[in-house]
Each structure stands twice: as C-alpha cells, then as structure tokens.
Design a protein. Sequence first.
Length: 534
Amino acid sequence: MRSTWRGLPPKQHEAGWEPGLVVPAADGSPLLTDHYFPRAPGDFPTLLVRSPYGRGLPWSPQYGLLFAEQGFHVVLQSCRGTGGSGGEFDLWRNEAADGQATVAWLRERPWFNGTLGTVGPSYLGYVQWALAADPPPELKAMVVQVGLHDPYALFHADGALRLENALAVGVGMNYQHQGLGPFLKATLRLQRRLRHISAAQPLREAYMAALGSKPSWLDDVMTHSDTKDAYWRGASLAEPAERLRVPTALITGWHDTLADQTFEQYDRLRQAGCETALLVGPWTHTSALQQGWSKVFAESLAWLRAHLYADPSGLRPTAVRVHIGGEDIWRDLDEWPPTAAATSWYPIPGGHLTQQAPTESASVAAFLYDPADPTPSLGGPLLSRTAGPRNNATLEARNDVLTFTGPPLTEPMDILGHVSARLSVSTDTGHADVFTRLCDVDPQGRSVNICDGFVRLRTAQQAPSQVTVPMSSTAHRFQAGHRIRWQISGGAHPRYARNPGNGESPVDTTTFTPVRITLHTHSALVLPSSSCPA
C-alpha cells in the first residue's frame, strides 16, 4: 500500500480493524461501520469518515489504515442506503441527522476520548458540512478535500445542466459502493457510450444505457435547473461556514470541478473569523487523491495533529499555499486571493488581444453556434479522466470558436486570483450560451487551457447585452515569449448540455435552432496580473 505513494510519513503504530459494526441512523436504519485503530495503549482522538461510496478501496487504505497508523481511531461508515447500510439513500437530506446519530453512538464507545475530527473528499466533504450545521462539542477539526457543499452548483451552471458531471455522479453513486470492479466496469461503459447519450433527442433518460438503471434522484437533478426551485431547498450547506468556529482546512486543485465551491467556503470561513487553511495544487478532482495524495495526506495530517493533539509543529507558516502553473513551483501566501491589480485585455478584429481600450462601438467578430454540431468540451474542471490542461489546437480550429491572442510577453507575468470576462454580446434568437476560456500559448503555438467560465444568455434579439462571466481562479505564470489567449464559443458539450437555441428545455427538446452570436467592442478579459517578483 505505501509503495503506491511516495513521500508518506513513517507509520507510528500498527493498525487494527473491527469491521461490520452497526450504528443506528437517525431513523434507526443500520449504518454499517468499520473501526480502524492504533494497536497501542493510550487515548487517541477519533476521525469520522462517512461515505456513500463503500468502505473498500480506496477508502480503507487511504483513510482507515493510514490515519490509524498515525495515531487515530477512524470510524469509516457507509451512508444510509449505500455499502450495505439500511434505509434509502438521498443525495443530501439525511446526512446531518445521521452524522449526529453517529456521534451519539461514539459517545458510548469505551475508546472514544471525546476529541473528534472529520476528513474526506467530495461527498465525504458534504457530510462534514452537514455535521457542522450544528457542530457537536466534541468536533475540534475538519479537513475538507476537493469538497462539495452545494449540490445544485455541481449539477448546474447559471441554469444550464452540467451533463457530464450528472452522468459521472450517477455512475459513482450507483456503482462505487458495490466495489472497485463494478465501478470501473460502469465507468468504462459510460466513457464508451457518452457520445451516444449526450447526442440523444430527447436527452431525458438516455443515460440508462450507461447506468443500467434509473437512480431515483438523477432525473430530478437533471430537470430542476432553477436554483430557487423547492427541490433544492436545504441542499446547499454554505450557511454553516458563515458561523463556524471549528478549525477547517480546505484542499482543492485548479482543475477540480468543485474548486469554486472550495474558494467560496474559504471566503465565508475567513469572514466568520474561523481558523482556516487553504491548499491548491495542480490537480483535478480525482488526481488530488492519486498523484497529489502525499501532499494532501501530509496537509491533512498536520492539521488534525495540530487541533486534535495540540501539536502545531507540522503546520506551514502561512494560511495559504498554491501551486503556480507554468512554472511548477509552490508559493506560500497570507490570504487568497492576494492583492493584485486588475488588467483588462480587449479583443479587436483579426483575432488580436490588446490592452488598449477601444474608442468606438462596433462588432468585433461573430460565429454560428449549431446545437446539432455542438462545440465540444476539452479538458478543464471535470470529473472524468479527460479533465485538466489540454492542447486546445483541435478546438480552436473550429469555425464556432473565436480566439484573441496577445503579443509575446517581454517579461514573465503572474496571474493570481479571480479571472473574469466582461462581454458585450448579441444573438439572433435571444437564446444562447457563452463559454469563455483563458489559455497560455507557448512559442511553438501550443495553446493550453488555464481556467474558464460559462454563462447562459437571456437577451433581446440583435440588441447587445452586457454580462460578466466569472472564470474561476488561478495561479499561473506566463513566461516571457508566451502569449495570452482568450477563447470564446457557444458552449462546451457534453460538459454542459447544449443550448437548443429556441428556449426549449435541453433535457426534453427534439428540435434545434442555430444561433448567430456576435461579440462587440467594450468586451474585455480581466486578469489579476502583476510582474513576477524578483
């Protein structure tokens, strides 16, 4: 197991295992639970890890054994309706009550010393926020890794369905708790059938060809696109962070599909005066727990030791550590984002990008988005193996993708913070999406994506509309000789379900209308940029 990851700290204890314990859920349903513990005398703090993905690989070695070897009791539990636990799984409605019921059970264990921490990634982060909504007095520390707190934002962006996320989560929830074999088989089946599923007319229930069944929640998730819909009431756990006092470490990657949720929670914790730390690596949602595991584990272990053992010796000196893309270095910061001047880059005819603001209003460029041949997604913050930085050459060669490129930089330039786009844009149907991306173009012409954003346009026909597109955050160094590129298109399919162009539901429509999208002057790419420190 240890040979899988380099750089892990030496184990402190041999680990023991007590499998198949039954913990009563809030409604009495049996929650199957495994207990890992150090084989040594003395009191040890406890870590609670609640998962809808089973208790086998990778959870058993990465969370059960590794943390038990470092001197923690680890309670690894299958959420209601998963991994052999009783009751029916609901995507979010039971986690707060079941977490509290588990803590009540812990209080009766002779080995529980009253000091509790939580740790885990993705949905295992969501259950931590659920417990933090009314934190028990024993809870002394949390570590949320590539974590979720808002299910709506996982499945929708500005009212548009994040189709690829929905399908990937459907496979994970349906199969991962059944074991590694069934999960991998289902994942491969989805990859083979993704093109067919995403091209189906109508889209509704086309996923059954890959999932083999109809999860009770998936159709609801796909069809409730309005964040104000009663369906989503109580789903977001943003609010607990606004009043939390439990020290919380946050970990994400620049290409994690949940990175923006992590940054949002970091801002809330800081504003609430809660002790917090942030680590951002060059990772996707899954690679953070694979290639990045040694750093993620070290960060998590140091935080838990500091707050459960009162041993801060492993903590870094600053609250924030980020990986700088384009240079492959790490930088310690006092806060995120750091103070930086916002610089605007303007598109002009001919595909150029300049820092000189336009003086006249005019159209810059236009393209036709055809939902029957939707602009494909390529890399970026996805849940699939295709996530991350990619060569965008094939994408930028399409007629439905605009690119605007700046001159070669005469000196390196750092981009640290929030990236956004101000768009002045019009359409001929009034129904369209815009996908916008920042890329780094090297001297050989290779264009690699850094960060991106998406917005659903709701415009009057022909009249230009002004809209701001958040493009997430980044820490990236453009080297001297490299160029900044701004990429604009009408979608990224199947990352986002294609806009049919006619106002109909993307899930139910069987008709498509091509849309002409025109970009006007006074549009700008806004970068938090500065010259590199000497």
